[in-house]
Design a protein around this ligand. Structure first.
Ligand SMILES: *Cc1c(COP(=O)(O)O)cnc(C)c1O
Length: 393
C-alpha cells in the first residue's frame, strides 16, 4: 500500500484504492481482458521471466484489473498482501497447499463451510495433512487439540447458521504461542464489520462470491496477510497451480467493494430489526443473532465487530414440518442456500447444508429440525416480516 492510500479512511479506500489510471484518462476502472502481455524487446522478455524486472507476463500470474481488486481489498483488511483466486474454496486450497506439507496438522473450528470440512477431511488427508475439529467458542478445546506438528488454526466467526463467535485476539495469542498461523474466513462480516488482522490473525480468507460481490453475480475468492506468507508462498502456489481470478470477475468485485460498507450497514440494520421481531413471535422458540441482547456472546460481538452482519437463524417450535411450511409459504424470500446478496434467502439447514450429518451429529452441532436460516437482504424489512409471518402457525 502506498503512503497516499494510508492517509485515507475506510470508505475512501473502498472507492479509490488500487486504481491506476491509464493514458486514456478513464474514470471507471477498466477490464483488462488479455491473457498475455507484450514485451518491447527480447531483453525485456528475458528480464521479466528471470524476475529481474517486475511486470506482467501472463494473466495466470498477474492482471491489472485483478491487481486493483487485490490492492483495494488489502487496503480494507489492513493487509500487506492479497492474492485473488477463482473461488472461496480455491482461496482455502491455495492457503493450505502453499503453506503446509505432509505430516502437518490443522486445528479447525467444527462450525465451518461444508466444502471446507470436505477439503480438510477427504482431500488434504490424502496427502498426509490431518485436521482436528474443535468447538469454535471453547478456548480449552483449541488448546488441547494443538500438537507439535500443528501449523494452522482455522475458523469462521460468526459461524453459520448459529452465529457463534470466536475471540480472534485470544486465538491469535494461542496460535503464536505454539508457532502456528491463525487463518480467519471473514466471509460473513467482511472488512466493513471486522478486521481480523488488526485483532492478531495472520491470514484472512474470503469467498468474494458472497458480500464482496453482494449481488450474486460471480464466483471468486481472496487470501490476505503478510508479504512473506501470502505474497510468496500462497502466490507461488497460485501462479503455478492456476486457480486465478478472471479479470471480469475482479472488476465486478472491485465495484462491489465501493458500496460494501453501505451495504453491510443496511444488511445489519435489516437483520437486527428482523431478529427482534422474530423473538416476539409465539411460534419461534429461539433466535440466533449476535446483535440481540439475548445472544450469549453479544458483548464479544460488540467488542470485535463494528456491526452484526446479515445472517440470522431461528428455531421454530414445530420441527421439520413447521420449517418447510414456513419456507414454502414465502413469496418474496428466495429458497436458496446462497448468501450475501441484496435478495434475502431462506434455507432449512437440517435437510440441505447439514443433510450429510447423522441426526446425532446434527443435534451435537445444534442444528435442530425446526431451524431456519435467513440471509437478510436489502428489501424493506416490513415486507420480509410479512413474508415470514405467512407460514407461521
Ligand atoms: C461460500 C463460502 C465459501 C466458499 O466460497 P466459494 O466462492 O463458493 O468457493 C467458503 N467459506 C464460507 C464461509 C462460505 O460461505
Amino acid at each position: 500500500m502506498s503512503e497516499f492510500e494510508d492517509d485515507y479512511h475506510f470508505d475512501t479506500l473502498a472507492v479509490r484504492a488500487g486504481q491506476v489510471r491509464t493514458a486514456e484518462g478513464e474514470h471507471c476502472e477498466p477490464v483488462f481482458a488479455t491473457s498475455s502481455y507484450v514485451f518491447v524487446s527480447a531483453a525485456e522478455a528475458a528480464a521479466r521471466f528471470s524476475g529481474e524486472q517486475s511486470g506482467n507476463i501472463y494473466s495466470r500470474f498477474t492482471n491489472p484489473t485483478v491487481r486493483t481488486f487485490e490492492q483495494r481489498l488489502a487496503a480494507l483488511e489492513g493487509a500487506a498482501s492479497c492474492v485473488a483466486t477463482a473461488s472461496g474454496m480455491s482461496a482455502i486450497l491455495s492457503t493450505c497447499l502453499g503453506l503446509l506439507k505432509s505430516g502437518d496438522h490443522i486445528v479447525s473450528s467444527r462450525s465451518i463451510f461444508g466444502s471446507t470440512t470436505m477439503l480438510f477431511t477427504h482431500y488434504l488427508a490424502k496427502f498426509g495433512i490431518e485436521t482436528s475439529f474443535v468447538d469454535l467458542s471453547n478456548i480449552s478445546d483449541w488448546t488441547a487439540a494443538i500438537r507439535p506438528e500443528t501449523r494452522l488454526l482455522f475458523l469462521e466467526t460468526p459461524s453459520n447458521p448459529l452465529t457463534e463467535l470466536a475471540d480472534i485476539g485470544q486465538l491469535a495469542a494461542l496460535a503464536h504461542r505454539h508457532d502456528c498461523l491463525l487463518a480467519v474466513d471473514n466471509c460473513f462480516c467482511t472488512p466493513a464489520l471486522q478486521q481480523p488482522i488488526s485483532l492478531g490473525a495472520d491470514i484472512v480468507i474470503h469467498s468474494a462470491t458472497k458480500f464482496l460481490d453482494g449481488q450474486g453475480r460471480c464466483i471468486g475468492g481472496a487470501v490476505l496477510g503478510a508479504k512473506d506468507i501470502v505474497g510468496e508462498h500462497i502466490f507461488g502456489f497460485l501462479r503455478t497451480a492456476g486457480p486465478a481470478m478472471s479479470p471480469f470477475n475482479a472488476w465486478v468485485f472491485l465495484k462491489g467493494l465501493e458500496t460494501l460498507s453501505l451495504r453491510m450497514k443496511a444488511h445489519s440494520a435489516n437483520a437486527l430489526a428482523l431478529a427482534q421481531w422474530l423473538e416476539q413471535q409465539s411460534s419461534v422458540k429461539r433466535v440466533f443473532y449476535p446483535g440481540l441482547e439475548s445472544h450469549s456472546q453479544h458483548q464479544l460481538a460488540k467488542r470485535q465487530q463494528s456491526g452484526f452482519g446479515g445472517l440470522l437463524s431461528f428455531e421454530l417450535n414445530g420441527g421439520i414440518e413447521a420449517g418447510w411450511k414456513l419456507i414454502d409459504a414465502t413469496r418474496l424470500i428466495s429458497i436458496t442456500a446462497n448468501l450475501g446478496d441484496t435478495k434475502s434467502t431462506i434455507t432449512h439447514p437440517a435437510t440441505t447444508t447439514h443433510n450429510r450429518l447423522t441426526p446425532q451429529q446434527r443435534e451435537q452441532a445444534g442444528i435442530a429440525d425446526g431451524l431456519i436460516r435467513v440471509a437478510v437482504g436489502l428489501e424493506d424489512v416490513e415486507d420480509l416480516k410479512n413474508d415470514l409471518a405467512r407460514g407461521m402457525v
